[in-house]
Design a protein around this ligand. Structure first.
Ligand code: HEC
Length: 161
């Protein structure tokens, strides 16, 4: 017969394991998702063109950039592919201001939206620059920061599903 103390110890152990397993996984670069802060938003907007732009962002950032980073061989080649994806993201992000008038945001909200688009563009430019130079070490934290811009805008302007 195991003692009460022993059983209590086992229960505690079990509990610890559960709580560990339940910890939020955190966002590891390389996971094919962005930090999704759904819930209350400043002003959720929906727009077909915007969705198309977003899907392009997603493909460039997660299917191309992070994937290239994961494969650690032939680093120069990977960096080049990331630079190209960042350049494409840069081109796509310039389309955001053009659809702003379709989004029915207040002037203040438009400023915030535009500001976040500008942040994204700056980050994509910096990413492209570092990737061009083959500065592979810098790319992961830069992608991570870029991801926080994606999420910041989603938490303000993207509605719950
Ligand atoms: C300036 C604001 C803003 C930024 C920055 C932004 N997004 Fe979005 N995103 C939105 C909004 C608003 C929606 C909701 C569009 C809709 O439902 O019509 C959205 C939706 C999405 C969707 C869902 C598209 C669909 O088909 O429903 C994906 C995927 C996405 N964004 C990826 C990204 C990624 C990746 C980044 C960063 C590289 C990013 N977004 C940066 C505003 C932004």
């Amino acid at each position: 017969m195991p003692s009460k103390k022993y059983i209590r110890f086992l229960l505690l152990l079990l509990l610890c394991q559960f709580s560990l397993a339940c910890q939020s996984p955190g966002v590891k670069p390389g996971q094919k998702q962005f930090i999704d802060t759904q819930g209350a938003s400043l002003h959720a907007v929906q727009n077909d063109r915007l969705r198309a732009i977003m899907n392009e962002f997603n493909a460039l950032m997660f299917e191309q950039m992070y994937t290239e980073l994961e494969l650690d061989q032939q680093r120069r080649k990977k960096a080049k592919a990331i630079a190209e994806a960042a350049a494409a993201l840069n081109r796509t992000v310039t389309e955001l201001p053009g659809i702003l008038s379709d989004l029915q945001l207040t002037a203040d909200e438009q400023d915030v939206f535009r500001g976040l688009a500008v942040d994204l563009q700056r980050q994509a430019s910096a990413l492209e620059e570092h990737a061009d130079r083959g500065d592979v070490e810098a790319l992961r934290p830069m992608l991570y920061r870029m991801n926080t811009t994606c999420s910041a805008c989603h938490s303000l302007f993207r509605g719950p599903r």
